[in-house]
Design a protein around this ligand. Sequence first.
Ligand code: HEC
Length: 117
Amino acid sequence: MQSRTWIAVLSCAALLLAALVAWSAGLFSSPPAPLVESPEAVAAGQAVFAYRCTPCHQDVPLARRVAGWSVERAYQTIGRLPQVPRANMPAFPGTEDDRRALAAFLAALGAGRAQQP
Ligand code: HEC
């Protein structure tokens, strides 16, 4: 092979290697989507709430307790339900998607844009 061909081959190999390193470093993976209160998320979250939380929370209304909460704050709280004092809540057992939807629902509930099922 001619030396120019070699240079081309080596350049391609170097590019491939760089791409592989970037990929393994997570450069191409998309960051987690931001938490948003879309009507779809609120509706999905309301269904999750009805299934997972209503057995206790029909007697413990939440609208006033979550008044003014951001979706982020609700998301964080769902991650540590057992630490809420006097509540005796189990850890949230749902999926990440369910948790995000539930957070959107709680924020909407606290803002008066959703009703507790
Ligand atoms: C075992 C019963 C039980 C279950 C199940 C339960 N909760 Fe609770 N939760 C409570 C009680 C009781 C309180 C009120 C504690 C108090 O008096 O302040 C509470 C309080 C809360 C609060 C208020 C926290 C604060 O900082 O004031 C949030 C938010 C909440 N629950 C969300 C949920 C969500 C979301 C679910 C479903 C994934 C859930 N809970 C399931 C019993 C429960």
